[in-house]
Design a protein around this ligand. Structure first.
Ligand SMILES: [Ca+2]
Length: 272
């Protein structure tokens, strides 16, 4: 299963000529991610080791010098410098190197990807760009960077976490919009492949707002969830190949029962 993660605050501080001299705080925009809180600088940044990459980030046919440093005092802070501009950012379990990526091969820009994660081995990628005057955030993708998820067509295919029917990942697509931020394309339905065993009798319904159950399943029966809306509706298939809807009410009980999902089924597992 793909690893899912959460992320911490992002702090952006413009430091040098070409950028604002006045320290400013900002956060990575909400798009594929929750909007992280902002915070203020309390500790000086002491670069540990710096890695330099030479690449044209802004498409002006002049090579740009990109430096990346971790903070010697904190594993969670890092410094990105492009020519005379710098950003201090705060993440979590940050990788010690960056990757230059190209989200949209049809525009002139390339982006900087910084990997990170959390102690539970989950991953994330924070993405930045340089417009010739300023380094800014593009967004955070909840997955380790790889060539596969960045085909260069403005799209990033990634995985997000849901706890509906147990903790697992579902695929989402993020798009790079003209403001050079990533926005997630909302998708109502998720393809699933979750095997469950009934611990009680439950009804399956012909359609989502049906009033008469189509099939009554009994304790010990096995089903596979094929599709869900990650909230209340699941299209399931029985071991005999019959399909119907499993519906969860607003009270969290499986419709037609007095039980929640994890009381009604074996096979649902939650991560911390
Ligand atoms: Ca350049």
């Amino acid at each position: 299963m793909r690893k899912i993660f959460l992320y911490l605050a992002v702090l952006i501080l413009s430091l040098t000529a070409g950028c604002s001299n006045k320290p400013e705080t900002d956060s990575i925009p909400s798009a594929s991610v929750k909007k992280p809180p902002t915070s203020s600088v309390t500790e000086p940044f002491i670069p540990k080791t710096s890695k330099t990459t030479i690449v044209d980030l802004d498409g002006d046919n002049v090579q740009d010098t990109v430096m990346f440093s971790l903070d010697a005092m904190s594993f969670d802070r890092y410094l990105i410098t492009v020519n005379n501009c710098s950003l201090i950012c705060q993440g979590s379990s940050v990788s010690d190197s960056i990757l230059i990526i190209d989200i949209d091969t049809a525009d002139v820009f390339k982006e900087i990807a910084v990997g990170g994660g959390e102690p539970d081995d989950s991953y994330l990628t924070a993405i930045y760009w340089y417009n010739g005057n300023k380094i800014d955030s593009v967004g955070i993708v909840e997955e380790e960077y790889s060539e596969y998820m960045i085909p260069g067509n403005r799209k990033i295919s990634t995985t997000k976490r849901t706890d509906f029917l147990g903790t697992h990942g579902y695929r989402v697509t993020c798009y790079l919009e003209p403001d050079h931020k990533l926005y997630e394309m909302p998708e109502k339905w998720t393809e699933e492949d979750i095997e469950l065993t009934l611990k009680t009798t439950i009804p399956l319904w012909r359609y989502i707002n049906d009033s008469n159950p189509k099939i009554q399943l009994k304790e010990g029966d096995k089903i596979v969830v094929l599709v869900s809306d990650r909230e209340r509706a699941c299209l399931v298939e029985t071991s005999k190949g019959k399909r119907g809807w499993l519906i969860v009410g607003k009270n969290g009980k499986v419709n037609g029962t007095e039980y929640g999902l994890d009381q009604a089924f074996d096979g649902i597992h939650y991560a911390n």
